[in-house]
Structures are given as C-alpha cells and as structure tokens.
Design a protein around this ligand. Structure first.
Ligand SMILES: [Zn+2]
Length: 265
C-alpha cells in the first residue's frame, strides 16, 4: 500500500468542514456491553467507536468519500490510531445500515446502490414521508416548527455560500429531521437510512453538480406544515420526491460508473 494511495482516504475523512451536529445524523446511543475492562475504558472505547463512525458517515454524506471507495481496515486503523478490530466494528455497523458493503476477501467499500435499489428507496420514501408529515403536523409545536426553520436557514446559508458539501448534507438531513421531530423512532431510523442511501444514489446517478433537494421546495413544505395543512404538505413532498427521482439518470442500465477502478489505478 503506497503512501499516495493513503492520502485521498485520509484527506476525505479529515477534511470534514464545519459540521452542525444535528440529532438527525448523530449515532444512536450505543447499547453494547463491555466484554472486559473498567467502565472508564469502556466509555473511552465506545466514544471512539462513535467518533470514527460519525467521521466516516459524514464524509460519505458530504460526498467526500465516493461510492465504491475501498475502506481498508489497516489504513483506517492508522488514520484513527486504533486497532483493526475497532475499525471492523465500525464498518460492520455501517454495513448494517447499507452504507458500506463488505465483500469476503476484498474488504469494505462505500456502497454503490444499483438502479433497482434506487427505485426501491424512492418507493419506500413515497410511502413513509407522507406518514411522517401527517404525524409531524398532528404533534406540531412551535418548538418543532422553529427547529425546521432553523435547519432551513442553515441550508439557505450554505446555498448562499455555495458550499455544495454542506448543501448536500443539510438537504438530506431536512428529511431525517422531519422524521425525528414526528416522534416515531422507527420511522426516524428508516428515514435516516433512506436519506443516506439517496445521497449515495444522487452521487452515482445525478449530474456531478446536482445537490439533491431544491431549497424552495423545502420552504414550501415547511410553510404547509406551519399551516397544519397535511394534504398540501403531503402533495408537495410527493412532488419533491418525484423531482429528485426524475433528476437522476436511472434508465442507462444497472451498472453505475466504476469509481473503484478509477481510484485503484
Ligand atoms: Zn428534500
């Protein structure tokens, strides 16, 4: 493994910009139990696991780590200065969330969802997101609405600064935040995974400069939520999902661009 090969992975993980740590992409509290060691040591281990998870997760979400990129255990262990066993744990967690694919004898790669998976994800989103909005409107409080508007401000600010990475991340997080505020943890978890997969799909099937969600569409959805107009909010969300799906090139066969080969050369 030459040092030139190490650099892109390290850079992708360490160049994380100003990241708003919203609950939408925070890892859920760990439920692991200690196998050995003091509770202090266990705490340290778990924090490190969450930190590594979070850094890789955000790097993928911000398109700094591309679909198909190899996530070598040894290199990641070096970068994070931890054991390969700990890296394996983090990669297994990311694989469980379908963000990473693990192949026997080849190792872990950032997932490359196929066209068929992409169509499945949009079908699931069309079912889940209207339900999320209905529940959110049923349980709406001024605080929840304020959180949505705050998030929207961050997104608009990122667009004004032309910070494409932040826009990609924040626009995906808008959907996770809505699900989280709706208050159903199962829906929120599904939404978080679906947003993340959509993010990978946008990278694979969209124009390189595309940024997934249009800002004005989020604003209109928030306005409908504020007016507790569930049918309008649902209709706008379905249109919004159609726009995202239609902006992708999903009819050119099932094989995404072979980025892995590009990076291996
Ligand atoms: Zn959106």
């Amino acid at each position: 493994m030459s040092s030139e090969e190490e650099d892109p992975l390290r850079a992708a993980i360490e160049s994380r910009g100003r990241v708003r740590t919203s609950a939408a992409h925070m890892p859920p509290p760990s439920t692991r139990t200690a196998r050995r060691g003091t509770s202090q040591a266990r705490l340290q281990r778990e924090n490190t696991h969450d930190e590594i998870y979070e850094k890789i997760y955000v790097a993928i979400l911000e398109h700094r780590l591309h679909p198909g990129t190899k996530l070598g255990e040894e290199r990641l262990a070096e970068i994070f200065n931890v054991s390969r066993a700990r890296i394996r744990e983090v990669l297994a967690r990311l694989a469980h969330e379908q963000i990473v694919e693990i192949f026997p004898q080849r190792g872990a790669y950032v997932a490359r969802p196929t066209v068929a998976q992409t169509l499945d994800v949009f079908e699931a989103r069309r079912l889940i997101e209207p339900a999320v909005l209905r529940r959110l409107i049923d349980t709406l409080t001024p605080e929840k609405l304020a959180k949505l508007r705050q998030h929207q401000e961050l997104e608009l600010d990122a667009r004004r600064r032309d910070d494409k990475r932040a826009v990609i991340r924040l626009s995906g997080e808008f959907h996770s935040l809505a699900a989280e505020l709706a208050g159903n943890t199962a829906l929120a978890r599904s939404m978080r995974e679906l947003s993340m997969l959509t993010c990978l799909m946008i990278f694979l099937y969209d124009a390189p400069t595309a940024t997934s969600c249009r800002a004005d569409e989020h604003s209109q959805i928030i306005d409908a939520i504020g007016k507790r107009d569930a049918s309008r909010a649902e209709r706008l969300m379905l249109q919004h999902l159609d726009h995202i799906e239609r902006s992708m090139k999903l009819d050119g066969g099932d094989e995404p661009v072979d980025l892995e080969a590009i990076f291996k050369s």
